[in-house]
Design a protein around this ligand. Structure first.
Ligand code: SF4
Length: 340
């Protein structure tokens, strides 16, 4: 029997947005998908060793995940992420990711570094699928079309689950059938203790920073344990957020930066949150602008705002203290409103 080709997917960066699309497509073409381990100290240290000093922590971690896959797979999937919505691009570090990996100090398996670009001519997604299929030697257009249809369908389901409030890892489990989908209208992640929530907080940041519990020092879970209701940009319908692309005098050039900023503006308009926490990576150029924009908009709306910068030295204790202080302040503010 012919051995299945093994394709490694690093558990970092756009994994948190596109994993169902990629993994289902590869599996339907007959490949075995191997995902790197959860981020841990060793993965981070390997990534730091292999990456330039001034890279942000998500990029360093990505490199560590690539190293984790060496010896386990035939190919590593590192698409060149250019545009996901046909308008904005990904940040320059995303654009250069395959080169960064290829020319790091360690020799890596063959990279599948096809372009993911929805800009320009229609059919960008299908060009992407065709290139991925041919990279692993699948030429049959029917097999490719079937795999693409399955992948798109799972990706849509994944996005619906995120809208319901599931975290990516929970949504992956639902899609893979190892977890049940929460009932309609029920939010997945309830604050503990359950009711009433001590505060409702917008936790804004790039998915690969927020949802990787190692690099975010578990911020999301910490807030839930404090009895906070957490909202992230994935829980806001895209068409609602997109309205704010017309409100800003100039949108950002970068895909994730726009989503974070639009989500912040949407939530400020809705006035149904108590505060905003912006999680930003040290050394992130785009975030220098996103953070300032959110801070100024929150200030103008009288909304409490805190920004937390993460890097390789971020510790659990420091994050816990800052979150507790912020949540206590929100609770006190909310209480005063009720009494007064
Ligand atoms: S957007 Fe910022 S955090 Fe994300 S990869 Fe680029 S530099 Fe790093």
């Amino acid at each position: 029997m012919q051995r299945r080709i093994k394709v490694g997917i690093p558990r970092a960066l756009s994994y948190y947005t596109f994993f169902p699309l990629w993994s289902v497509f590869l599996e339907k073409l007959g490949a075995e998908v191997v995902v790197s381990k959860n981020t841990n100290r060793r993965i981070l240290e390997d990534g730091i060793r292999e990456t330039v000093n001034d890279a942000c922590i998500p990029i360093k971690v990505f490199q560590g995940h690539v190293l984790d896959l060496i010896g386990k797979v035939d190919y590593i999937f590192v698409p060149r992420m250019i545009s996901a919505d046909g308008k904005a691009t990904f940040c320059p570090k995303f654009l250069g990711l395959p080169d960064m990996v290829r020319y790091s100090g360690t020799s890596v398996p063959t990279l599948i570094d096809v372009r993911y670009n929805r800009k320009g001519l229609p059919g960008g997604l299908f060009r992407f699928f065709r290139s991925v299929a041919s990279a692993i030697g699948v030429k049959n257009p029917l097999a490719r079309a079937y795999a693409a249809a399955c992948a798109i369908q799972k990706q849509k389901k994944y996005q619906k689950l995120l809208l319901k409030g599931l975290k990516p890892v929970e949504a992956f489990e639902v899609i893979q059938g190892s977890k049940k989908e929460p009932a309609r209208g029920k939010k997945a992640d309830k604050p503990v203790p359950s009711s009433p929530a001590r505060a409702k907080v917008a936790l804004l940041g790039y998915p690969y920073a927020l949802y990787d519990p190692f690099i975010s020092a578990g911020m999301y879970s910490k807030l839930i344990k404090m009895g906070v209701e957490v909202v992230t940009f994935e829980q806001i319908p895209l068409r609602q957020m997109r309205r704010f692309s017309k409100v800003l005098p100039q949108n950002f050039f970068w895909y994730y930066s726009n989503q974070v900023c639009w989500a912040g503006l949407y939530l400020l308009e809705q006035k149904n949150i108590d505060g905003i926490i912006h999680v930003t990576a040290f050394g992130c150029g785009p975030d220098a602008m996103v953070d300032k924009t959110l801070e100024l908009e929150a200030k103008a709306a009288g909304m409490p705002f805190m920004s937390i910068t993460i890097d390789e030295h971020t510790g659990e204790g420091g994050v816990q203290t800052r979150l507790e202080a912020f949540v206590d302040m929100l609770w006190a503010k909310r209480h005063q409103y009720r009494v007064g």
